[in-house]
Design a protein around this ligand. Sequence first.
Ligand SMILES: C[S@@+](CC[C@H](N)C(=O)[O-])C[C@H]1O[C@@H](n2cnc3c(N)ncnc32)[C@H](O)[C@@H]1O
Length: 283
Amino acid sequence: MTQPNLYSFSQQLLIEKPPILLDTIRELVSNTLAPFQQDYCYWPWTKIGTAAIVCIGSYSLYKYLPGCYRRYYMSSTKKFSQRYNQALHLEKEALFNELKTVKTREDGRKLQVLEIGAAHGANMPYYPRHLVEVICVEPVREFVTYLRETLQQNPHVKCRELLVGNAENISVIRDNQVDAVVSTLTLSSCRDVDQVLSEIRRILKPGGIFIYMENIHSSNAFIALLQFICSPIYRFLFGISLVRNIPEHIERAHFNGGITQRIFIVHGISFLLSPHVSGIARK
Ligand SMILES: C[S@@+](CC[C@H](N)C(=O)[O-])C[C@H]1O[C@@H](n2cnc3c(N)ncnc32)[C@H](O)[C@@H]1O
């Protein structure tokens, strides 16, 4: 009688285990995805992924970048203005003291002053004590919080209003309404200098003054060239143009009462911004 062959298995015999919940879920998911994997496996997933990332990225930039940029712009403007005030302290003091020379018709009435591009109120400490009422014009609404802080620190200045908008159009102010207009580094920041100057002349009372302090295009050919090259970067980072010939614009604006101005170099700030003009134009 032949003996049956006995085979020994090196591998363990697989004994089917009862399915656990995780396996059931895994199976369900893979069964659900199976037809998609077959149908869409030839799609250019890398390109679709790249397009999706570009779309989501562009949308996020469009939605969140302006806010980030504004916050950056406000803080850089504030830091810059502090350094600027240190470098130009004496010049600013002398310039703002000119406000004391403006006569008001009614005794005891405060001077009505309009400041364009007031930002966070860098000029508030320079207004003569208890003599002026300021109306601020500023296109960046968010500066108002900083401006309030500055006004609390300078209670000698009364700020009557903050007008949010561009100085190219201040139609809310009637002709011949204010005693003085102030601009520091704003003619070099606004879009249309001639239009701003025409608005300033319109709202000034006869005998009123426009006081200004602005960076200008250098008369030195080498620095002028560097300013020309760097101006777009400055415009983007600080909103300031380096290549404006402000004295020429003021000359063209026909201030009938005459212009007194001084062109000078400021020490202690970037040499690209250092060529300056400050002055008074009278209506
Ligand atoms: C370089 S900052 C100078 C801020 C401040 N005047 C100073 O001296 O520190 C220029 C300011 O002008 C404002 N500005 C820009 N374009 C303007 C416009 N078209 N009308 C009025 N203000 C403008 C900016 O928002 C900014 O606050």
